[in-house]
Design a protein around this ligand. Structure first.
Ligand SMILES: Cc1cc2nc3c(=O)[nH]c(=O)nc-3n(C[C@H](O)[C@H](O)[C@H](O)COP(=O)(O)OP(=O)(O)OC[C@H]3O[C@@H](n4cnc5c(N)ncnc54)[C@H](O)[C@@H]3O)c2cc1C
Length: 415
């Protein structure tokens, strides 16, 4: 069987890996010059079932209103009159009910745990390197009230088996020596020891090299998919900037752009591009760099040490496919860098980056049949595509090969 994958982010590349292992012939089409160059390039790097909470929650509306009042907040909700966001927003509101929030967070957590286990197997098999740090993730709070709230919030995941520890201020300072320069900044933290951090672009590019050794994968870079052709209710070919490609089966993994492509064949996908930003700066003093993944909960800023770089990510901007940014947009990220990890890196050499989270209203990805017999969907991973990549790729390959999946994923639409 010949399978054609559209999109070479971490989701498409990981699907290619599992399909190639199953023995099918895979061709992957990607418009960039290499793997993982768009949203998978600059994310926070957290491989963390502890972040499985759905964004559509009973408190989401309050946060949206606050974002209109406080312009410096990480969330910027500027809906305007774009019919896409209004339509998506109504669906999102429907998912904010407590029962939906619990259901969506539960499925994401189980998917994330499955994915983490698969990632360990993948690392053992391929031995690829992607700047992993297996030291867990710390969620730090600036005052006791916030810490109490966070502990209560995390009960949802500890009840489901996630190992979590509360750190008092002293234990928090011991975990990350850089924090000792301003010891009163945080009251304490919740620590998730089984989570880790790593670079999803490095992962994607190293996995491409491994896949090429199987002889089952062909990667077509700089190949822009322009049109999906149909014949007799099935996909007959895709037209690209490099000509026409045909296969028996097609898999859509085009991240935030999946809905634009699927519309050509009459499928509406509820995916909205939510912009996020990060900086990556060269580490100049490793002793003062984060020793774990680190999340400033109240400021919604995530920090990782990725090899010889520090990555600091934040913000959720509702502004369509606009990827523009100005230095001013990175003020809150840089403020946190200078406040909490001031000596770790040379921030004057930071690279500034923006990317689009492919977000569904429920925050659950769309993995499953499309309604068109030879088109499979693997997209809409929102804020968690890095951690969910292995599970999504394995479920995709199992479905296409007709194997019983170890994980019954029933949320194929993302709603
Ligand atoms: C600031 C920020 C922080 C984040 N932090 C985390 C985190 O800590 N942990 C986590 O798990 N997730 C995180 N995420 C989310 C994660 O990065 C995404 O969910 C994930 O990268 C999505 O992967 P993807 O392959 O679906 O999309 P992408 O990486 O965008 O890949 C899609 C690919 O499709 C290609 N494409 C699109 N259209 C076409 C076309 N017409 N023809 C050819 N190719 C096409 C694109 O070029 C692109 O390479 C974060 C995201 C952001 C923005």
């Amino acid at each position: 069987m010949k399978v054609l994958i559209i999109g070479g982010g971490v989701i498409g590349i990981t699907a290619a890996y599992y399909l190639a292992k199953s023995g099918v012939s895979v061709t992957l089409l990607e418009r960039c010059s290499a793997a993982g160059m768009e949203t998978s390039a600059g994310n926070a790097g957290f491989v963390s079932p502890s972040d499985s909470f759905a964004w559509a929650s009973p408190s989401a509306l309050t946060m949206a209103v606050k974002s209109l009042i406080f312009p410096d907040m990480g969330i910027k909700f500027r809906p305007g009159l774009d019919p896409h966001i209004l339509h998506w927003g109504l669906k999102f509101l429907n998912q904010c009910r407590p029962s939906k929030w619990r259901q969506n967070s539960d499925i994401k957590f189980r998917l994330a745990e499955y994915s983490l286990a698969l990632m360990r197997e993948l690392e053992n098999e391929t031995n690829i390197q992607f700047d992993t740090l297996e030291k867990g993730i710390i969620y730090a709070c600036r005052d006791q009230n916030a810490l109490d709230d966070l502990e209560h919030h995390f009960e949802f995941l500890s009840e489901r088996g996630l190992e979590l520890q509360t750190l008092n201020r002293r234990e928090l300072l011991d975990s990350n020596p850089a924090l000792k320069s301003k010891p009163d900044t945080y009251a304490g933290a919740v620590y998730s020891p089984t989570c880790k951090t790593g670079d999803s672009r490095k992962f994607s590019q190293a996995l491409v090299q491994w896949c090429e050794t199987t002889g089952n994968c062909q990667f077509e870079w700089n190949t822009h998919v322009q049109k999906i052709n149909m014949s007799n209710g099935n996909i007959s070919s895709v037209l690209t900037s490099k000509g026409e490609f045909k296969a028996d089966m097609y898999v859509l993994c085009a991240g935030a752009y999946s809905g634009i492509l699927s519309q050509q064949v009459g499928i509406k996908l509820p995916i909205y591009p939510i912009k996020g930003r990060s900086i990556s700066a060269p580490i100049v003093n490793p002793d003062m760099a984060p020793k774990t993944g680190f999340d400033d909960v109240q400021n919604m800023v995530a920090v990782s040490t990725l090899g010889n770089r520090i990555r600091i990510a934040s913000s959720a901007v509702f502004n369509g496919f606009n990827l523009n940014h100005t230095p001013e947009d990175f003020k809150s990220i840089l403020n946190l860098a200078h406040e909490v990890f001031p000596e770790a890196a040379d921030y004057s050499k930071a690279e500034y980056w923006s990317g689009l989270r492919p977000m569904t209203p429920s925050s659950t990805p769309i993995i499953g049949p499309s309604g068109i017999k030879n088109l499979f969907l693997n997209t809409g991973h929102g804020h968690l595509g890095w951690i969910l990549a292995c599970a999504s790729g394995k479920i995709t390959a199992d479905n296409i090969m007709g194997n019983k999946s170890e994980f019954e994923y029933g949320f194929a639409t993302g709603r």
